[in-house]
Design a protein around this ligand. Sequence first.
Ligand SMILES: [Zn+2]
Length: 140
Amino acid sequence: MGDAAGGGDRWARLPAALEDDCGTCGGTGRTPNPRWQAWHRRAGELVAVAQAARRAHELRAVAPGAAGGAPGGAPGAPGEPGEPAIVAAVDRAIDDHMRARPAEPEEETCAACKGMGRELTSAGRLLADLLVRHGFVRNA
Ligand SMILES: [Zn+2]
């Protein structure tokens, strides 16, 4: 009896030795679509550019006031009309990018594990081969 219980324990660990998290998807059963990854990367870049353009514009807008009563004419003028145009251009680029989202889903079923998230270890493959040889495996 005690022996059987011990045996059960040992066998309970067997599945863990036979399969492992899928190395391709890390066990999630899903892989990110590369076109979506590229889209997200580009979106992040555009947002960073927009933030930088806005910050530059704000700094320039604040600078003359912070300088106090400078008697001369405002020298910041040349940059002034250009900055909002850049901000608007980047905003437009972001809008275009939002509309250019890939049509396919963001994630695909992992081709390596067919969505199981698990793959056979080398021991698992040996066992599977053995079961096939003995006619135990049903090909679902
Ligand atoms: Zn996988």
